[in-house]
Design a protein around this ligand. Structure first.
Ligand code: CA
Length: 246
């Protein structure tokens, strides 16, 4: 085994149901892993349906993809397929009209090579030692304002419009997907995926400190979710971690 994996999800202290979904396949026979976090939205439990459909589509399409030469296109195809599956389901059921989800997903090969794709504001971080770096850019209204230079990151952090997404999965028949291909996990480095119920409560230094202090990927995932709950647990909190062993 070269990639250690862990996951944790909690409804939080305010919400009545958990509309986050996660996927963790691995360590696979090849030593690699497939991971994803989806944060659903929509009334009448439709958010739960949307995030569930997203991870289901990935599971069907990505088993075995981590070590493929065309891993990048496999990941993009899987995300687009997930988008289509949610869009179709929403179109054919009025109660689910308008449902959607964020999705951040990754293929990690045994070599440490990683590919990340995302739509929405669920995030990916790479943690090396006690240092964490955010890989993904939030597809949110405030995120767009910050990138355009119209708002500071600090103002965005406290904006009442923070929850408004500028891109999500399942609301249109096709979707733009961001993909990050040049990631390599060194020995001991971790890739962390999470929903905004975690990133709203934790800063980069928290991700670094918790992962560095955890003996396993599972411990890191549980401690990150616990910390988000300790700080208010204002939303569903979900984390998936893949760490390359020394
Ligand atoms: Ca959320």
């Amino acid at each position: 085994m070269t990639i250690d994996v862990g996951r944790a999800s909690d409804v939080g202290l305010v919400r009545e149901s958990n509309e986050d979904a996660l996927l963790l396949l691995g360590p696979l026979g090849s030593g690699g892993a497939v991971l994803a976090v989806a944060d659903g939205m929509g009334g009448h439990q439709a958010g739960e349906v949307a995030s569930g459909l997203a991870v289901e589509a990935l599971q069907q399409l990505l088993t075995g993809a981590a070590e493929r030469d065309d891993a990048e296109s496999a990941l993009m195809d899987a995300v687009r397929h997930a988008n289509r599956a949610i869009w179709e389901a929403a179109r054919t059921d009025r109660a689910r009209e308008g449902m959607g989800t964020t999705l951040v997903c990754a293929l990690v090969a045994a070599s440490g090579r990683a590919i990340v794709a995302n739509v929405g504001d669920s995030r990916a971080y790479v943690v090396s030692g006690t240092r964490a770096e955010q890989v993904t850019a939030d597809h949110s209204w405030v995120g767009d304002q910050v990138r355009a230079g119209r708002m500071t990151a600090d103002d965005a952090e406290h904006s009442p419009y923070k929850h408004i997404l500028s891109r999500s999965l399942g609301v249109t028949s096709d979707v733009d997907v961001d993909v990050f291909t040049d990631l390599v996990l060194g020995p001991g480095d971790a890739l962390v995926l999470c929903s905004d119920g975690v990133s709203n409560h934790l800063g980069l230094e928290d991700f670094g400190a918790v992962v560095a202090a955890s003996a396993s990927a599972q411990e890191a995932a549980e401690r990150l979710v616990d910390l988000a709950l300790d700080r208010g647990g204002s939303d569903n909190a979900t984390v998936v971690v893949a760490r390359r062993l020394d």
